[in-house]
Ligand binder design. Structure first.
Ligand code: ADP
Ligand code: MG
Length: 209
């Protein structure tokens, strides 16, 4: 099995829908340890992506990911806009074929996670979206090495991201707005890690289509 540009289109369509459905929940999480705008930021961003992608002829997965990145960079204010924009830009750069096998998909996740880490300067454990992307990418790459199928690789990534987002509850924020609270951020789930887990769950769903 392999995935093509249609996978990216289904993925982004799913993201727009699920982030809109979870707008309030993500805003509430950000209210507690940030400024409350994460749900708004991210649902507006992915809705713009969905609109943009449906208005053009998409030639390749690379182009679809690049358009996604550029739209997020333009449409989303706040830290998450440039971080997600960078993630999808790096993902786009990692893709060089029309159809993606399990290795290409794992590499896409690894590059996206690296982009977030470089752009935001966070380490795993700093209670950021990287705590969803890093385990997702690492576990996806490990699954590929063990011969997992494409669907399995994306399922492993989605599960690792969900667990990673849960794990942010016990972390003390060291980056972003939440770091202003320091230890008082402990006990609360990071909004960016939560939206990232939703995004990675959609990547798996779009492949199981
Ligand atoms: P802002 O913090 O500017 O209001 P958002 O509320 O949209 O932007 O996004 C907040 C999320 O961004 C946080 O929950 C966190 O996951 C992520 N984030 C913030 N700063 C960083 C960083 N330096 N590295 C990685 N992720 C970060
Ligand atoms: Mg915010």
């Amino acid at each position: 099995m392999s995935l093509d540009k249609q996978w990216v289109l289904r993925w982004m369509d799913g993201c727009a829908r699920v982030l809109e459905q979870n707008r309030e929940m993500l805003g509430d999480l950000d209210d507690v340890i940030g400024d409350g705008d994460h749900g708004e930021n991210i649902s507006r961003g992915f809705s713009a992506v969905d609109q943009r992608l449906s208005g053009i002829v998409v030639e390749s997965p690379k182009q679809a990911l690049r358009v996604t990145a550029n739209t997020l960079l333009a449409a989303v204010g706040g830290a998450s806009g440039s971080l997600y924009g960078t993630a999808f830009l790096r993902a786009a750069r990692s893709v060089s074929t029309e159809s993606l096998d399990s290795q290409a998909v794992a590499m896409l996740l690894v590059k996206a996670a690296e982009g977030i880490a470089e752009r935001g300067g966070a380490q795993p454990g700093d209670k950021t979206m990287l705590d969803a992307w890093y385990p997702a990418a690492t576990n996806a790459a490990a699954a590929v090495a063990k011969g997992a199928t494409l669907e399995e690789v994306l399922r492993v990534a989605a599960d690792a991201a969900a667990k990673g987002a849960e794990d942010t509850v016990s972390m003390s924020a060291a980056k972003g707005r939440a770091s202003l609270l320091g230890e008082r951020s402990i006990g609360h789930k990071d909004p960016g890690a939560t939206s990232s887990a939703l995004i990675l769950a959609e990547a798996a769903k779009a492949a199981a289509h």
